[in-house]
Design a protein around this ligand. Structure first.
Ligand code: HEM
Length: 193
């Protein structure tokens, strides 16, 4: 049985159709689901994570965005990630503005929030993500990819425990996000050797 706090209820009006249909999704369909129904308890709900978060209150579907606590989760994740980028001698030289990483931080936080079922602010600001294309100006080989992934893994490990979810669901979130980041990071590599 998997329970989540009441604040993981669906926020259907906000998240419908907002998922980024980006080319870096790989084969991950973003779904994690429990198979327990606990609607007799006011503090728990059956939960099915869905990137699309279409209205479906009978089944108590919630987006990952909602389940992890909303935008604040992605802001913290990316803040930690960029603190590591700023100290990374492989990653930092890739950034056009190494003095002010703030705009890059904001774009990544909005992109990830949108990808995991949150509002479509990233696409409103930047258009279609086209992430591989946006990364072409930066020379990304295996070393850069591995440093990126290592920083994100640390940031996830520090941020997921702050989610309003029990340990079991936190583990599901960590696994899903790690799988997604691994696939997406592979996709950004544009240098061989
Ligand atoms: C594989 C290693 C990666 C490296 C070395 C890398 C590096 C970079 C750099 C240098 C920028 C430009 C920042 C700026 O404009 O100031 C950038 C932007 C961005 N990256 Fe990555 N990245 C990597 C992987 C990823 C992955 C896996 C994702 C998503 C899951 C991602 C999402 C983004 C986003 C959303 C932007 C902003 C795009 C825009 O709207 O301009 N990156 N990245």
């Amino acid at each position: 049985m998997i329970d989540i706090p009441q604040n993981g209820q669906p926020d259907n009006g906000q998240t419908e159709s907002n998922r980024a249909s980006d080319d870096n999704r790989g084969s991950d369909d973003n779904r994690a689901s429990s198979d327990s129904r606990t609607s007799n308890s006011p503090l728990t709900t059956r939960v099915e994570f869905t990137g699309t978060a279409e209205p479906d209150s009978d089944q108590h579907r919630v987006s990952v965005f909602t389940a992890v606590g909303g935008q604040v989760f992605f802001d913290r994740l990316v803040e930690r990630f960029y603190a590591l980028v700023a100290a990374d001698e492989v990653l930092l030289p890739l950034y056009p503005d190494q003095v002010n990483l703030g705009p890059a931080r904001e774009r990544l936080a909005l992109f990830l929030a949108q990808y995991w079922g949150g509002p479509g602010t990233y696409s409103e600001m930047r258009g279609h993500p086209r992430l591989r294309g946006r990364h072409v100006p930066f020379a990304i080989g295996q070393a850069e990819r591995d440093h990126w992934m290592a920083a994100m893994t640390v940031a996830l490990a520090e941020t997921v425990p702050e989610c309003p979810l029990d340990a079991e669901l936190q583990a599901v979130i960590t696994q899903r996000m790690t799988e997604h980041f691994n696939t997406a990071a592979d996709h950004m590599v544009n240098q061989t050797g």
